[in-house]
Design a protein around this ligand. Structure first.
Ligand SMILES: [Zn+2]
Length: 128
C-alpha cells in the first residue's frame, strides 16, 4: 500500500510537472514562432541578396577558374579558395608550395590548385 501511495504521489508530481512544462513550452513557443518567421524571412532575403552578389562576381571570373571553383564546391568542401601565405604555404592546409608554383600564383598566370589539399590558391589582396 505504501509503495502504491508513493508511486501515485510520484506520478501526480510528474503529471503536474509535465502540465506546467507544457504550458510554459506553449507560451514560449507562441513567443518564439513570430520571431522565427521574421528571422526566416530576413534570412531568405539575405540569401537572395548574397545569391545576386555571387552571380555578379561569377561574371567576373574566367570560365576555367569558375569551373574549377564549382567542381571543388560541388564536392561538398567548404573551402574552395585559399590565399598563399607570405612564406609560400597554402592558406588552407599550410603545405609548402614549390617556388615556381608560388611565382605562377603571384604573377597571376593562371589558376593553380594546392597539390596537397586541392583548393585553388590566390596571391591574396596584399600581393595584387
Ligand atoms: Zn593546401
Amino acid at each position: 500500500m505504501r509503495i502504491r501511495t508513493r508511486r501515485r504521489t510520484f506520478l501526480y508530481a510528474v503529471a503536474a510537472f509535465l502540465t506546467g512544462a507544457t504550458r510554459l513550452f506553449g507560451r514560449s513557443l507562441k513567443r518564439l514562432v513570430p520571431n522565427r518567421q521574421e528571422e526566416e524571412a530576413a534570412a531568405r532575403a539575405e540569401l537572395a541578396n548574397l545569391r545576386e552578389k555571387r552571380d555578379a562576381y561569377k561574371a567576373l571570373v574566367p570560365g576555367r577558374d569558375l569551373q574549377n571553383y564549382e567542381r571543388i564546391r560541388g564536392g561538398g568542401r567548404t573551402v574552395a579558395v585559399a590565399t598563399l601565405t607570405s612564406d609560400g604555404a597554402c592558406g588552407n592546409c599550410f603545405g609548402m608550395i614549390p617556388l615556381q608554383v608560388q611565382n605562377e600564383i603571384r604573377t597571376g598566370s593562371g589558376s593553380v590548385a594546392c597539390e596537397f589539399c586541392g583548393v585553388l590558391l590566390s596571391a591574396g589582396d596584399e600581393e595584387l
